[in-house]
Unconditional design. Structure first.
Length: 88
């Protein structure tokens, strides 16, 4: 397999989502009782989002986004990033 084919395969795996995400830059607040902290939404779709946060998040945790009136479940985390599925 040449490099180009490998890159295409890797992209297919990373972007294997039902809802296409759009890049954004939204500062908001996240809450998981009893904590409230700031975070930045870096990509967003109808059913998911990617965020950057200095607060550790854990896979499976349910968080509220105060400005968006949204509730989401953490699907994955890596360093200061997390991917969330909107559940409300």
């Amino acid at each position: 397999m040449n490099t180009r084919e490998g890159d295409e395969m890797q992209t297919m795996v990373v972007e294997n989502r039902i809802w296409r995400r759009s890049k954004c830059d939204i500062d908001t607040y996240c809450a998981a009782f009893p904590k409230l902290w700031s975070c930045k939404i870096v990509d967003l779709s109808e059913r998911g989002m990617g965020i950057v946060s200095t607060t550790n998040m854990y896979k499976g945790a349910v968080v509220n986004f105060t400005d968006l009136k949204a509730i989401a479940r953490v699907v994955w985390t890596k360093d200061n990033r997390a991917g969330l599925k909107i559940i409300n």
